[in-house]
Design a protein around this ligand. Sequence first.
Ligand code: SAH
Length: 377
Amino acid sequence: MTAIDPKTTPTRTPLEERLLRLIDDHGPIRVGDFMSDALCHPQHGYYSTSVPFGKEGDFTTAPEISQMFGELLGAWVIQSWEDIGAPSVVNLIELGPGRGVLMEDMLRTAAKVAPKFLKAVHVYMVETSGRLRYEQTKRMTGSKVPVTWATEMHDIPLAPTIIVANEFFDCLPIRQFVRTASREEKCWRERLIGTTGIGDARRLSFELSHQTYASPEGAPSGAKPEDVFETCETAEDIIREMTSRFEQHKGRALIIDYGHGRSGFGDTLQAMRNHHFWPPLETPGKADVTAHVDFAALSRTARQAGAMVHGPILQGQFLAQLGLEQRALALAKHTTSEQQRKEILSGARRLAHPDEMGTLFKALCVQTEGLGIPAGF
Ligand code: SAH
């Protein structure tokens, strides 16, 4: 796959034109506002206009790498349903289901091993992109369980609940704060997006707010000038929504994403295009723009809201504890094709090896206070 050189793609995307006009009229925008539009703008957003996953897309996610990921998570969901008392009605909510591959694999596993769970479950897919909803609908056609789409978790009826979110939190809009050299109490400025250049050369560019701020909540002490600290209010709101559900009915959530277990400094805003890193402000709407997930912030929010937290642990460790190796060997033993056997084993490696997704990706569980230790943790 060849990398696209932004210098050789001078034309501005329609979303870039829109953002330039918006900034002219109203002034610089926050990094998170840029992310929201770049990903979810109804006409021009990346998720609204393309199906980004898989070999043909711009990046690959765990369920797209191997069916084993969804099968292990399916077993985790069934175990969790039993742990909350095997209720006769249970919501299975997936946040940001992409092409619907993970849900399909989880439900296939459930159909094999837990028909009672299938009778109890109502699936809810939380998805903003109409285009991806369409992909998910195609994949869910013929499903034996009721499936409903929602734009926000808030709209889903209350019931005992299992939630799964893979590579969802990294898409949520962040704010970035930059430590200045000032010794005053308000020594942080927000990183904003304004414009630079004139005529055809006009482009989006980073700048700092005039307004100054005190240290953002959760920032470790000892920041040096130029250090960047990121916050994600939307992620915290979603965690609070989960925990309030888990207070009213027993429930458990599994959050898997790339990110850090301890809050720290650093600019993690990144873009991917065609399986390569890409300058985040270039060609908005045509590249995936994400940021690392601060698992410490999610854990703190969940605990403060009264939920119990396990992890974060490394994805490699989590999948190993769910039996990835045994599953891979069993699948490999049952195939007669050497090619398939290689794919199964290389899929397991990609999911769990420290040089691949095993260490950068983490798993976090948020659940109702008083439930036992979840499988895999
Ligand atoms: N979980 C899938 C896809 C990850 S990509 C996988 O692992 O393959 C992120 C997904 O989240 C996409 O489906 C995208 O459309 C959706 N999404 C992004 N921001 C969202 C938001 N604010 N609300 C709901 N869905 C969102």
